[in-house]
Design a protein around this ligand. Structure first.
Ligand SMILES: [Zn+2]
Length: 285
């Protein structure tokens, strides 16, 4: 531990404990898995089932693997215990300071926010998520954050009608991560729309008649549609029966483009006509 314990905040100390608990759990899990395999191989070895022994590589290989698995389990358990022993002085500091508040969330639809995993409103099987960022917080701060999910057993001073309907701002790391991801996606989509999207100047969808109604959603598509309409008029002349529709499409797109680009319809039309003439000359020569 780099800093002297008595200079660290409750959040700092409990964050370390939570980390150490997680590391210890990983090693104990690995040890458990090794032990399960170890026990299964021992059963095979002592079963007299010749076929199973053969399938597992033969007796000598099984004995060797059993010894390896035993080593792995012992090593992993020792590593887990090392992590646990690092927790001891940290928890001692918590006791020395009179046991600051610790906050636990039960992360299901009717889960509550508790100050103890031994709360009598929970079960032995209840899964708690330790919210270490609230370690050492005052009762008022926890209630403020927990809202209607405040456990009334852990906070006996709270009256139910006071917290009813209040939002809970405490969430599990997994929920927090997926919420942030969802929010980032929404922002990115809006940002993309702001850059590439297009509508009529009044914000309504830009729709053209193109063998039926078609919504134009991007600046690129509006450009292409305006170009197509203007080119059709140039090619088939304004006497074509479809010419009024093409003209209408072109004007709608030009208005949307001018609005999007902060120019004027006249400027957009002039640029479009130049492009159409160039294309016409290219294709008619
Ligand atoms: Zn409780």
């Amino acid at each position: 531990v780099a800093n002297a314990l008595n200079t660290q905040t409750p959040v700092e100390i409990d964050t370390q404990i939570a980390h150490l608990l997680g590391e210890a759990a990983k090693h104990f899990d690995t040890a458990q898995n090794a032990l399960r395999k170890h026990d299964r191989l021992r059963e095979i070895l002592h079963s007299g089932d010749a076929y199973a022994k053969q399938a597992a590589g033969g007796e000598a290989a099984i004995r060797m693997r059993i010894a390896e698995l035993k080593d792995i389990a012992e090593t992993e358990q020792a590593q887990g215990r090392d992590y646990e022993s690092e927790i001891v002085p940290l928890n001692q500091e918590w006791r020395n300071r009179g046991q600051w508040t610790r906050v636990y969330l039960v992360d299901n639809s009717n889960g509550h926010v508790h100050t103890s995993t031994a709360c009598r409103n929970t079960y032995a099987s209840t899964q708690f998520i330790w919210i270490t960022r609230l370690s050492g917080a005052s009762e008022g701060e926890v209630i403020e954050q927990a809202g209607s999910r405040t456990c009334l057993t852990c906070f006996p001073s709270v009256r139910e009608e006071i917290i009813a309907g209040r939002p809970c701002m405490i969430e599990s790391p997994a929920r927090r991560a997926s919420r942030l991801e969802r929010e980032a996606r929404i922002v990115a989509r809006a940002e993309k729309m702001r850059k590439t999207g297009i509508t009529n100047p009044d914000g309504t969808p830009l729709v053209i008649n193109d063998l039926g109604k078609r919504e134009i959603k991007t600046e690129v598509a509006a450009n292409r549609a305006a170009m197509q309409a203007a080119y059709d008029i140039r090619l088939y002349s304004t006497t074509d029966p479809y010419a009024p529709e093409w003209a209408e499409n072109m004007e709608r797109c030009l208005a949307a483009l001018a609005h999007k680009r902060g120019t004027t319809v006249a400027i957009e039309r002039e640029a479009l006509i130049k492009k159409v003439e160039a294309k016409y000359r290219r294709e008619m020569q």
